[in-house]
Design a protein around this ligand. Structure first.
Ligand code: SF4
Length: 360
C-alpha cells in the first residue's frame, strides 16, 4: 500500500449516517490483519484487512458489504476479540481495548457479542436450548437465584420471538427449524446484555421465506435495546433496507462508504456499481450501473500486487490504476470512495461537486 492510501483512510473526516441515531460506541481505527500462508517452503502474506476505520453507533446499524473473501468476517472476528489485529486499534467508548488487561477484555467481550452465519453449527447438538441460554446467563448474572434465572431465560426467549418459551426451552437444536435455531443463537448473544451486536451473514443460510422475519427481529432488537449493530452481508439490497450506513469492502479495504440509500441509488465506485447491478432485488436500481458487467462474469482472477486491487475486474482501469493505489477520499460530508476515475465511473456525482479529491 502506498503512503497516500494509508495516510488518508485514518485521517478521513466524514459524518457517518449512523451517527444521527446515537453516540459512538465502538470504533475501528486503522485496523489491519495479515496472515502468513505456507506453500511448501514458500511463505506468502495474505492481507485480509488493510487500514480499516469506521464506527458503530448506539441504536444504529452499519452494514459491511462485499463478496466472500473480501475480509468481512476477519473484521468481525477482530472486533469480537477472536483475532488480534496486526496493527490498528479498537476503541470502546473512546478507550483503547487491550486484550492483555484481562478484566477490561472480559468486560469488552460481554459488551460485544456475535451472531454467526450458520445456526446449525453454532449450537451444540447434544444440549437443549435451555443449556445454551442458561450457561451464558449465569456467567453474566452470577448472583441471581433460580427464579430470577428462569425469568431471565423467558425474557430472552420472548425477545427472540420464541414464544411461549416453555415450548422451546427443552428442545434439542435438531428439533428446531433453521429460523428458530438462529433465534436461539440471537437470544444466546443477548444473554450477556451486550451493547454491540456483530451479525455475520445472519440470514444467508436460512430459507428465503424466513430471512425477512429474522432481519426484522434484529432491527427490532436494535431499536428496543439500543444496540449498535454491524450487519455483515454479501447482499447489498438487504443492507440498503436494514442499515443506516453501508461500508463496501473489497480485497480487505473499504472502497466506498456512505448513507445506505444514497450509496445504493448512486454508487460511485465501480465495484459498488457491480454489487448493485448484481443484487437479486427486483426493486434494485439496476439502471444506475453504468457499463457494469454481472459480478459472476468478472470474478475469478488473483489480485494485482500493485495499484488498485480492483483493476483486473474494472471496466475503467488504465495505467494509473495498475500502478498507483487510490486513497479513500470524501465525495461529500458523508460519503467517500477510493477510485482514480470517478469522473468516468460516476459523472453525476462529479457534476454534483466532488470535494477533497486529490488530482491525478
Ligand atoms: Fe477502476 Fe481505476 Fe477506479 Fe480502481 S481506481 S476502481 S481500476 S477506475
Amino acid at each position: 500500500m502506498n503512503d497516500l492510501a494509508s495516510a488518508s483512510t485514518s485521517a478521513l473526516e466524514l459524518t457517518s449516517a449512523a451517527a444521527f441515531r446515537g453516540p459512538l460506541v465502538l470504533e475501528a481505527r486503522g485496523l489491519s490483519k495479515d496472515f502468513r500462508l505456507a506453500h511448501g517452503l514458500r511463505r506468502d502474506l495474505l492481507s485480509a484487512a488493510r487500514d480499516v476505520s469506521f464506527g458503530l453507533y448506539r441504536s444504529a446499524t452499519v452494514a459491511l458489504v462485499g463478496e466472500s473473501g473480501s475480509g468481512k468476517s476477519t473484521l468481525a472476528r477482530l472486533l469480537a476479540g477472536q483475532e488480534r489485529p496486526t496493527s490498528g486499534q479498537i476503541l470502546l467508548d473512546g478507550r483503547a481495548v487491550q486484550p492483555s488487561v484481562r478484566r477490561q477484555f472480559r468486560a469488552y467481550k460481554r459488551d460485544v457479542q456475535m451472531v454467526f452465519q450458520d445456526p446449525f453449527a453454532s449450537l451444540n447438538p447434544v444440549h437443549r436450548v435451555r443449556y445454551h441460554l442458561e450457561r451464558p446467563w449465569r456467567i453474566h448474572h452470577s448472583r441471581q437465584s433460580g427464579a430470577s434465572v428462569k425469568a431471565g431465560l423467558e425474557q430472552l426467549m420472548t425477545r427472540a420471538q420464541l414464544a411461549p418459551p416453555e415450548l422451546y426451552l427443552d428442545k434439542f437444536p435438531h428439533e428446531l427449524s433453521g429460523g428458530e435455531r438462529q433465534r436461539v443463537a440471537i437470544a444466546r448473544a443477548l444473554a450477556a446484555g451486550p451493547r454491540v451486536l456483530l451479525a455475520d451473514e445472519p440470514v444467508s443460510m436460512l430459507d428465503v421465506s424466513i430471512r425477512l422475519e429474522v432481519m426484522g427481529l434484529l432491527d427490532d432488537l436494535r431499536s428496543r435495546l439500543q444496540l449498535a449493530v454491524l450487519y455483515i452481508t454479501h447482499d447489498i439490497a438487504s443492507a440498503r433496507y436494514f442499515s443506516d450506513e453501508i461500508l463496501v469492502m473489497y480485497a480487505g479495504q473499504i472502497v466506498e462508504r456512505g448513507p445506505a440509500e444514497d450509496l445504493t441509488l448512486t454508487p460511485a465506485h465501480p465495484y459498488t456499481q457491480l454489487l448493485v447491478a448484481s443484487a437479486p432485488d427486483p426493486q434494485s436500481p439496476m439502471g444506475i450501473a453504468r457499463g457494469a458487467a454481472p459480478l459472476s462474469t468478472l470474478a475469478g482472477s488473483s489480485l494485482p500486487a500493485v495499484g488498485c486491487r480492483f483493476s483486473h475486474r474494472c471496466p475503467y482501469a488504465d495505467q494509473q490504476c495498475r500502478t498507483q493505489t487510490p486513497a479513500l477520499l470524501p465525495i461529500s460530508s458523508s460519503r467517500a470512495a477510493s477510485c482514480w476515475h470517478l469522473d468516468v465511473a460516476a459523472p453525476e456525482l462529479l457534476a454534483a461537486g466532488l470535494r477533497g479529491r486529490v488530482p491525478p
